[in-house]
Design a protein around this ligand. Structure first.
Ligand SMILES: NC(=O)c1ccc[n+]([C@@H]2O[C@H](COP(=O)([O-])OP(=O)(O)OC[C@H]3O[C@@H](n4cnc5c(N)ncnc54)[C@H](OP(=O)(O)O)[C@@H]3O)[C@@H](O)[C@H]2O)c1
Length: 339
């Protein structure tokens, strides 16, 4: 059976053409146009409306095993999307439903419904399901509350503090009664987290001496360091841990484009001296409890206690260039492409 979509519409796709060395280049990607696939029995066809751009994508296009299989050469780039169902042969999804799932970087997606979740545009703007109510939101929530074992009165230091995950981490810690200092690149981002999000202090790692500035703002040390960037920043944080501190390894964006292995932290003995712990996590481990987090995050947003910011760029074709915004800090909030 051929549908109107297959006959008249083309699917634009972003394919991985070669494995990048260092920062991805435009010609590491190929953009093609093919006939829209038909949904089979038990499948639906969706139009991808919004696409999530994530630092983790840099890891997904490397050779070798990680927490997920690498994207293969010539394959559609893996990406989460907000999708509108436009044709359905699946019992649980009807035409007009909106869903989130790993649609890939393309305009149309045929899915069997596995790992797909319905979302509701009348409850929240659709892009937010890729941000505060999506993967970054879940990462912030479980990362700071569960892995970080956040307690009222803690002093929390967070890097990547104006980004999708970091901005939420800091705000959650604030609304749980903690003192929060953020590290971000540039005056504007530092002003945003202190003046608009209510962080107690901010360090501009691009212009200030990190060590001196962090020590000045956290003179009694820190109970939690939430690490989004790794590298030297992790070492600075380790040097000011308090007794029983927790170091949450969420990400290490400063290392993702390195062509040499990441340098290990030099100050790790601070963990020993301070009976502290350092723990990494992957947000998917908490998938069974996402609904709890979404309930809390939605309530905090509705009450005006949590701000969600999305940075939306127009057009799937911009994918190769838009992805780079994550690595030079041009994104102001959760980076999303409106397809
Ligand atoms: N563990 C998990 O399950 C999980 C899930 C989601 C995300 N993550 C991780 O969380 C981190 C943040 O992700 P996100 O989606 O929220 O991205 P994001 O913070 O919205 O965007 C990335 C930001 O990283 C900063 N950055 C880039 N290069 C840097 C460098 N060399 N040194 C310091 N900062 C740098 C930039 O901000 P500035 O302008 O401030 O430099 C940029 O805006 C990433 O490390 C990501 O891999 C982990």
């Amino acid at each position: 059976m051929t549908t109107q979509y297959g006959e008249f519409m083309k699917n634009t796709r972003v394919l991985l053409a070669s494995r990048p060395v260092g920062l991805p280049k435009t010609d590491d990607w190929q953009i093609d146009s093919v006939a829209v696939e038909q949904p089979g029995e038990g499948e639906f066809l969706g139009e991808v409306l919004y696409l999530s751009l994530d630092p983790a994508m840099r890891g997904w296009i490397n050779e070798g095993k990680s927490y997920v299989e690498p994207v293969g050469l010539g394959e559609v780039m893996r990406a989460g999307g907000v999708v509108r169902v436009i044709e359905s042969r699946h019992p649980e999804f009807a035409v007009g439903d909106h869903v989130v799932g790993m649609s890939g970087a393309q305009k149309f997606w045929v899915s069997n419904g596995k790992g797909v979740k319905k979302v509701y545009p009348d409850l929240a703007p659709l892009p937010r399901y890729l941000g505060a109510l999506g993967m970054p939101g879940m990462t912030a929530y479980f990362g700071i509350l569960e892995v970080g074992e956040l307690k009222e009165g803690d002093t929390v230091l967070v890097s990547g503090a104006a980004g999708a995950v970091g901005a939420l981490v800091g705000q959650i810690a604030r609304l749980k009664g903690c003192r929060v200092v953020g590290i971000a690149g540039g005056e504007e981002k530092c002003r945003y987290i202190t003046e608009e999000l209510g962080f107690d202090g901010a360090v501009d790692y691009k212009t200030e001496s990190l060590q001196a500035a962090v020590r000045k703002l956290c003179p009694d040390g820190i109970d939690i360091y939430f690490d989004n960037v790794g590298g030297e920043t992790l070492d600075v944080a380790l040097s000011i841990l308090r007794l029983n501190a927790r170091v949450v390894i969420c990400g290490a964006i400063s290392q993702y484009n390195k062509t040499t292995p990441p340098e290990g932290p030099k100050n790790y003995l601070s963990l020993l001296v301070n009976r502290a712990k350092m723990e990494g996590f992957i947000v998917f481990d908490f998938a069974a409890r996402y609904s709890d987090a979404i309930r809390d995050m939605s309530r905090w947003i509705d009450e005006g206690r949590l701000q969600a910011r999305e940075h939306i760029v127009e057009g799937l074709e911009t994918f190769p260039e838009t992805l780079l915004m994550l690595f030079d800090g041009r994104n102001q909030g959760k980076l999303i492409i409106r397809v």
